[in-house]
Design a protein around this ligand. Structure first.
Ligand SMILES: [Zn+2]
Length: 432
């Protein structure tokens, strides 16, 4: 597992972050690596910031990487190649400018209204798999990050008056300095704000913190309650949440909500009109299981986490409110939107990369039609086998990366049959 040791200094006035980083990386692939990539997500169009990396060294020797993908990736050539199980150390310094506008995409990486949201504010090693290094600029809809779990140790300095929220657990002994640590997480996100209040509860030994603007206490209270119910239910249905803490954070993002390891952000407008708050919180919390613990290629196989997360959100409504409400939710959230797709002649397969969908069809196909696959599966095999399938899938791919084939393998193990006809119908197929 890679180890990231990071020091970050956040300058809120200048809307800048400066940092130093040491990455200890071991080649866990079966082949020697001739090159290695670093992703600079702030330089992608959907982050809209600017990151500059300086003084990059490999095992103490200066390296001159090739700049790729409009500055959002650095390619390092390794001489000699890094053999399986061999390790190397990367050191670097960097500066990052954070956009002061909500006009960039989902505004997930931004400094707006006193809140600074900093996902992936450090160079990150992407996933190496059977396709080689996964480096691409993802479309500006959908999620962009595909990474392995790692150990993070992060020291942050920032004005002592801010509230600091981050992946893992942070402690402060000197005002203005925080020590954060996170084990077995896919990336590290940092959020700072001047006007946060927090309410907490402990559920199944997990500390859940709801951070909200001081004017939005009612929404913050509701978010905490929903997150607690969701965490308790998903732990029971899928397997226990493996971290000590979960943060639910109100931010100015325009995405509705975004999942990060041990931390989810929820759009501030949802705290004021409550109708969608419950859905979005229950959805983002489910991502801790699907995306956070069980990883997948969010860019090329987004349905693996999104469709299952949507189905989990349906399960939340079913188990909390009963079968009548569940039937309404199934109809409203999944069946009706899918029927409209078919009627409009716009049905597409669920199992495509994000970029294969026109922006207006990505949501309807992956988020609305996708969950119908899991529902059809459950109706076919029955509750006992269906939930055994989800538990086995969660356990087998915990902290790893799942693929459609590995999901079908679990189905074969648990039900004696991969039920490939349902997969062909719902994930690979389209009507008409
Ligand atoms: Zn999602």
């Amino acid at each position: 597992m890679p180890r990231y040791s990071i020091r970050l200094h956040v300058d809120l006035e200048a809307s800048q972050v400066t940092g130093e980083q040491v990455i200890q990386y071991t080649n866990t692939e079966e082949v020697a690596l001739r090159d290695l990539y670093l992703r600079l997500f702030p330089n992608t169009p959907s982050y809209g910031g600017h990151m500059r990396v300086m003084g990059l060294m490999v095992n103490g020797a200066p390296a001159s990487p090739e700049v790729r993908l409009d500055g959002s990736a650095l390619r390092l050539f390794l001489h000699p190649p890094l053999a399986p199980l061999q390790a190397l150390t990367l050191t670097m310094a960097f500066t990052v400018s954070v956009p002061l506008t909500d006009a960039v995409d989902y505004a997930q990486f931004a400094h707006i209204g006193g809140v600074m949201a900093l996902p992936n504010v450090y160079p990150l090693i992407p996933v190496y798999d059977d396709e080689g290094w996964n480096v691409e600029i993802a479309p500006d809809y959908g999620d962009a990050v595909y990474s392995d779990v790692a150990f993070y140790q992060v020291e942050v300095t920032a004005p002592p008056t801010v509230t600091l929220i981050a992946t893992g657990v942070c402690a402060t002994s000197i005002p203005g300095t925080w020590q954060c640590e996170a084990d077995r997480v896919r990336d590290f996100v940092l959020i700072l704000g001047n006007d946060y209040e927090v309410l907490s509860q402990v559920v199944d030994g997990v500390r859940i913190n709801s951070y909200f603007y001081s004017a939005d206490r009612e929404g913050g209270t509701r978010a905490l309650q929903v997150a607690g119910n969701a965490l308790a239910l998903y732990s029971r249905l899928f397997g226990s949440y493996p971290y000590g803490e979960l943060d639910v954070v109100e931010t100015p993002t325009r995405a509705g909500g975004i999942e990060y390891p041990t931390l989810v952000v929820i759009s501030d407008h949802l705290y004021r009109s409550h109708s969608r708050l419950e859905w979005v919180v229950a959805h983002e919390v489910a991502h801790q299981w699907w995306y956070g613990v069980v990883g997948n290629d969010q860019v090329d196989e987004p349905w693996l986490d999104e469709a299952l997360t949507q189905y989990s959100t349906f399960l939340y409504h079913e188990f909390l409110y009963g079968s009548e409400v569940a039937a309404e939710v199934m109809q409203r959230e999944f069946q009706d939107p899918y029927d409209r797709l078919v009627d409009d002649g716009q049905d597409m397969p669920v199992g495509l990369p994000v970029a294969a969908y026109p922006p207006d069809l990505y949501g309807p196909v992956v988020y609305r039609k996708g969950p119908l696959y899991f529902h059809a599966l459950r109706q076919r095999v029955g509750d006992e086998k269906f939930f055994a399938f989800l538990r086995t899938y969660y356990r087998r791919h915990q902290f790893g990366i799942a693929t459609p084939e590995s999901l079908l393998d679990v189905l074969r193990t648990v039900t004696g049959d991969a039920q490939r006809d349902l997969y062909d119908q719902w994930i690979q197929g389209r009507s008409g």
